[in-house]
Design a protein around this ligand. Sequence first.
Ligand SMILES: Cc1cc2nc3c(=O)[nH]c(=O)nc-3n(C[C@H](O)[C@H](O)[C@H](O)COP(=O)(O)OP(=O)(O)OC[C@H]3O[C@@H](n4cnc5c(N)ncnc54)[C@H](O)[C@@H]3O)c2cc1C
Length: 380
Amino acid sequence: MNNNTHSSDVIVIGGGLVGSSVAYGLLRQGLSVTVLDGADDTIRPSRGNFGLVWVQGKGHGMADYARWSFGSARQWPALRDELQAQTGIDVELMQPGGLHICLSEEEMSQRVAKLQWLESEVGDPGYRTTVLSRDEAAQHLPGLGPEVAGATYSAMDGHCNPLKLLRALYSANIANGARIHNRMQVSAIRQEGGIFHVSAGAHVWQAPRIVIAAGHATQQLSAMVGMFVPVRPNKGQVFITERVQPFLPHPTNYVRQTDEGTVQIGDSMEELGFDDMVRVPVNARIAARAVKCFPALANARVVRTWAALRVMSPDGFPMYQESESHPGAFAVTCHSGVTLAAQHVFCIAPWVATGLRPAAIEAFPATRFTPETEVKPYGI
Ligand SMILES: Cc1cc2nc3c(=O)[nH]c(=O)nc-3n(C[C@H](O)[C@H](O)[C@H](O)COP(=O)(O)OP(=O)(O)OC[C@H]3O[C@@H](n4cnc5c(N)ncnc54)[C@H](O)[C@@H]3O)c2cc1C
């Protein structure tokens, strides 16, 4: 080994929410972990998302994903408590139940059909959603506008501060002995005698296991170890207002009041490749809808806006894959890295540590896709 070669039990490539969650879980398993994270100018949705820990509506067409998301929401309080005990950082998890607001009868009936399908397929008495008229919804959300047609409510839903989550995971990983290297753009991976050699610049890291959780670079890096893990960007614009008096006791699919009093509003869903420019007409549509939902928002000043790119698979569901040609190489990717953080800590990390694939992720191999697979438009 030369001076630029380093060893550990596992190398995690990518220090976003997904990589950091898996790394934290691996450290809990007693393994030594190196995290290699890219340059500051890489696209990083972990720093630009909406912060929902959301279950309702997810998994239409694949009930396993609904169960997976629900399981994560259930384990989230344990993750919050651990991170707080280890780092002193409160990630501001609140799970008061969430509402999905509909502005027309048509939206409402589509929503209800979707949720009925999910409830009957999931078959868990805890997995429940309630259909609310506009006036019933207004009892939960007193500031609701007159143009709202109705809402669906689920006690399973909540939100957190996603930036504090990333910081807490980072701090906990450092405290538990992880070696984290920033600005380490991995450019090559090879396996020799069961050991992976991961190169970034002049450095080479070695480990018997690697986890590729590099967001938009996951497809390119996974190909180096014989896996086809197709991801594409899906753009979301979000904006945030000045702090206002507390008025929103529940997060909604579109508007949530943060722990700091600001109101986060969004988000759009567009398939525009790697374009991450904020477009004013899109923000205008987002704002118009938000004001219909909560007319008082018309008076709130916007202080910041941004666009970020979701990491999407062709069907919108996660991909968890161990390479068949390069055993010990795992790819982990999803579009809801906040919601699924608890599963990534408590279920995905033990899978990587032991190689024993849990039944809960049977539905999510990347091998369900081929280059010919049709891409489905995304919507929660
Ligand atoms: C607008 C928007 C709203 C969202 N809202 C929610 C929400 O409410 N709830 C929810 O659960 N999810 C939400 N998400 C999704 C969530 O943000 C993502 O699932 C999550 O951030 C993905 O994390 P990641 O670690 O996979 O990706 P990233 O954040 O992209 O992290 C990947 C990391 O890999 C690194 N990297 C890339 N290439 C290399 C390389 N070659 N070598 C080394 N490192 C590399 C990058 O530097 C980066 O730090 C939202 C996303 C968007 C865009």
